[in-house]
Design a protein around this ligand. Structure first.
Ligand code: HEC
Ligand code: HEC
Length: 192
């Protein structure tokens, strides 16, 4: 059996080699490495303007939920004027900041577990415009009956992650943190 200190050294060596392979966006990389709970979901939103502007009509999606090419397609003046049927325009300077924040923290720039999965799955092909469109995400929700989502006044759309994922704002999407409004026993309703 490998001695503990060698195991740690090996993990750090792998982490170091990964950090030079990918552009690093996690600002506290070493803290992130030694704290497993930070690695599980996606990185929480830290940018105030992004939080304010993009948290107005729905919760502010973490940039790690989509690749940079998606944020490029979504976060420009033209696209925001016709943003999923809504006008989500922001002034030019704010837009530049929001755009850069999202692109710098996009899925492929992150080491968080779910962001990495999304990055790998979207490497090829056109930019997805919706998180709910990603195969990884749609597969996870495939078995939930429509009456619990669209037909549920407490949810209305799968896009409103935080209605069911009680720790969505912290970037945590684990199944054991889910609570579907009006269906307290959702767990028994559909097979997993
Ligand atoms: C004026 C309201 C409004 C604002 C402001 C707004 N959005 Fe949206 N957004 C919407 C609507 C409406 C939808 C579609 C929801 C649905 O289909 O149920 C949406 C959907 C999305 C989706 C796709 C969600 C999915 O289904 O996977 C993303 C990503 C998104 N918005 C990002 C942003 C970002 C980033 C900002 C900040 C620049 C922003 N939004 C600001 C109204 C808004
Ligand atoms: C109607 C409630 C509901 C909404 C809205 C919803 N989810 Fe979920 N989500 C669930 C349930 C229930 C599960 C667990 C499914 C299972 O047990 O297989 C789940 C599972 C997941 C998982 C996998 C968790 C794991 O432990 O592997 C991820 C990731 C996820 N959701 C992300 C999202 C994101 C991102 C959004 C918004 C774009 C979203 N969900 C919207 C109910 C919801």
């Amino acid at each position: 059996m490998m001695q503990k200190k060698w195991k740690i050294a090996a993990i750090l060596a792998v982490a170091l080699s990964l950090s030079s392979t990918y552009a690093m966006a996690e600002e506290y990389f070493w803290l992130w490495v030694v704290n497993p709970s930070r690695q599980k979901g996606v990185k929480p939103v830290t940018d105030k303007p992004y939080q304010n502007e993009c948290g107005e009509c729905h919760f502010a999606y973490q940039p790690g939920l989509l690749p940079a090419k998606s944020w490029e397609a979504l976060l420009n003046a033209d696209a925001l004027r016709k943003h999923f049927g809504a006008n989500a325009e922001v002034d030019k300077d704010t837009l530049r900041g929001i755009h850069d924040y999202a692109v710098d923290n996009a899925a492929e720039k992150s080491f968080y577990k779910r962001a990495r999965k999304i990055a790998v799955a979207t490497e090829e092909g056109p930019a997805p415009l919706r998180i709910t469109e990603l195969r990884y995400i749609s597969r996870k929700h495939h078995d939930i009956p429509e009456k619990m989502i669209k037909g549920n006044p407490g949810v209305k759309s799968l896009s409103f992650c935080d209605k069911c994922h009680t720790q969505a704002a912290q970037g945590v999407y684990d199944a054991d943190t889910v609570n579907i409004p009006n269906y307290p026993n959702w767990d028994g309703w559909f097979s997993k």
